[in-house]
Design a binder for this molecule. Structure first.
Ligand code: ZN
Length: 300
């Protein structure tokens, strides 16, 4: 800085502000609370101080800052960065868990009529097997026969017998899908608002990760069901359904999540302007900045 006679070093327009840079980060006007982010930083002529003038009310804000917390500010910063990453991972895992659980719940209900049909078939098979049995017969023999029959049967054909897609499926199970939308859409909003750097096609990473986790859960569920390989309508019905139903519902849920993320920032911006007074809204300036928008006005 030029300490001696600053006014002299500015030959031409000494009464005018000299543009220096642009303000990055949130700083609220002390008078009207307008977020000054993105405004021009100027060197005012009288004291040669760096200031930003509020475009709304004209108040000058000084940019002098003194470190208040020393190294603790950095430590707190690292702490909150770690906390943020943990929260994002937790939210991803939680979304996947919720989505998978609701898909399995929907699957259970959707397959209800199919299970009823299988129970009927089981009864018919038991009746057909009634009567005198061969000498080496045990209960195990029937179970084994049932299992072989079930494994070799065409599940789609069985569903057609149960009434097909219109009659053989208990569509009330879609209630779970409604719950899924009600949960995953707000979660998408949170992702969109808290991950402002994730834009465009990179937004696919979050629903993609959730989808992969769900398929992992389905695989683990499949492994744990290997002990239930006997034909038993209450197990076999949902198991035949889940191969198709759970991936489809999880894909749908991921779509809802993506939609929440995509319209998250505009919606959250709108809500903030609608609900919060300017003073509280100020620190959320990044939601405007990240999409290259002007800061919201504080008056009219
Ligand atoms: Zn102002």
């Amino acid at each position: 800085m030029n300490a001696e006679s600053p006014a002299m070093s500015e030959p031409v327009s000494s009464t005018e502000d000299q543009r220096v840079s642009e303000l990055v980060g949130d700083r609220l006007c002390a008078t009207c609370c307008f977020n000054l982010s993105g405004q021009t930083i100027v060197r005012e002529p009288t004291y040669r101080l760096l200031i930003v003038r509020c475009p709304e009310c004209g108040t000058a804000a000084a940019l002098q800052e003194y470190p208040l917390l020393g190294r603790w500010a950095n430590r707190l910063g690292y702490f909150f960065a770690a906390l943020y990453i943990l929260a994002m991972l937790g939210l991803t895992l939680g979304s996947a868990g919720g989505m998978f659980g609701l898909s399995m719940g929907a699957n259970e209900l959707l397959s209800q009529k199919f299970v009823a049909h299988l129970t009927e078939l089981q009864q018919q098979r038991a009746n057909a097997n009634a009567g005198p049995q061969p000498a080496n017969w045990t209960w195990q023999t029937n179970y084994e026969k049932d299992r072989l029959w079930w494994e070799s049967s065409d599940k789609w054909e069985l569903l057609q017998q149960a009434g097909g897609l219109s009659e053989g499926v208990n569509w009330n199970g879609l209630v779970f899908v409604l719950v899924m939308v009600l949960i995953l859409f707000p979660v998408g909003l949170v992702f969109g608002a808290t991950m402002p750097h994730v834009k465009g096609w990179r937004m696919l990473w979050v629903p993609g990760a959730v989808m992969v986790l769900c398929m992992l859960f389905l695989f683990v569920a499949h492994l744990s069901q290997r002990s239930q390989r006997w034909f038993y309508p209450q197990w076999s019905g949902p198991q035949a359904f889940q191969v198709v139903v759970v991936p489809m519902l999880c894909l749908f849920g991921s779509g809802v999540l993506l939609l929440g993320m995509a319209i998250g920032r505009p919606l959250v911006r709108w809500l903030l302007v609608l609900l919060l007074p300017p003073r509280l809204r100020g620190p959320m300036g990044y939601l405007w900045r990240v999409d290259g928008l002007a800061m919201p006005r504080t008056r009219g």
